[in-house]
Design a protein around this ligand. Structure first.
Ligand SMILES: C[S@@+](CC[C@H](N)C(=O)[O-])C[C@H]1O[C@@H](n2cnc3c(N)ncnc32)[C@H](O)[C@@H]1O
Length: 230
């Protein structure tokens, strides 16, 4: 029997086959949604990011890692489940001082590291894709007191859906570069349920923003949550 390959690996493999990665200039803005320019930028991670230690959970090709390292002089590690994504991220941004990429499951990385961080974030990455009752306590343990957790997830009410009414994940799909779709499990909480989960791990929610492109989206598409370690 064939071992099941993660949809995220298939996604990265198709991307790499379509266009080999090359060195890129880091973007001038941090993006929390799929619409460039929508919503806040890096400022929600803290006012002074210079030399701060920051971790991204599920960084993909590393655009936000590169932005924070280049434009804020932060020391940023991007972690991604898919080794191929990390190869791609290093090809794009391996030349940027302060940007480091590590392959691995977000939960294993958090459990294995002894570092603590000023900020940890996820942009459609591991937060929402890994059981929150495991990922949030592991994340909170690696945050310094007063540290920030920020994460963007697909809005649970996008396209007329409804947030889950319990703590279980729902089936969602990842659309591949070749337009096929593969199933994944996603935790689709509203802000109140996220706040309750965060509170159990010593994190207080500080904002919950619903992002929606004013002309293109009839519904909010992104839920962006920030919390602070008590
Ligand atoms: C939709 S992409 C977002 C990538 C990136 N944050 C961005 O905004 O471009 C989701 C990423 O999360 C990664 N991922 C999924 N589950 C993960 C896990 N358990 N640990 C680490 N990364 C994970 C996938 O490999 C994929 O690169």
């Amino acid at each position: 029997m064939l071992a099941q390959v993660s949809p995220w690996h298939v996604h990265a493999a198709q991307r790499m086959a379509a266009a080999p990665a090359h060195a890129l200039t880091p973007p001038t803005r941090m993006e929390w949604s799929t619409h460039p320019g929508l919503g806040p930028g890096a400022e929600i991670l803290g006012p002074h990011l210079r030399r701060k230690r920051i971790l991204e959970l599920g960084c993909g090709p590393g655009h936000n890692v590169a932005h924070l390292a280049k434009h804020h002089q932060a020391r940023v590690t991007g972690v991604d489940l898919v080794g191929l994504q990390m190869r791609r991220a290093r090809s794009h941004y391996g030349h940027i001082d302060g940007a480091t990429f590590a392959a691995g499951h977000a939960l294993h990385h958090l459990q294995a590291t002894s570092q603590t961080f000023d900020a940890i974030y996820s942009v459609f990455g591991a937060v929402g894709l890994v059981a929150p009752e495991l990922l949030l306590p592991a994340t909170s343990r690696r945050l310094k007191p007063g540290g920030v957790l920020a994460f963007a997830v697909p809005h649970p009410a996008r396209a007329g859906r409804h947030p889950t009414v319990d703590d279980r994940p729902r089936e969602d799909y990842v659309t591949m570069p070749n337009h096929t779709r593969l199933p994944i499990a996603r935790w689709e909480f509203d802000a109140r349920r996220w706040a309750a989960h965060l509170a159990r791990t010593g994190l207080s929610i500080t904002s919950a923003l619903e992002l929606r492109h004013p002309r293109r989206d009839p519904w909010p598409t992104t839920l962006l949550i920030t919390a602070r370690k008590r």
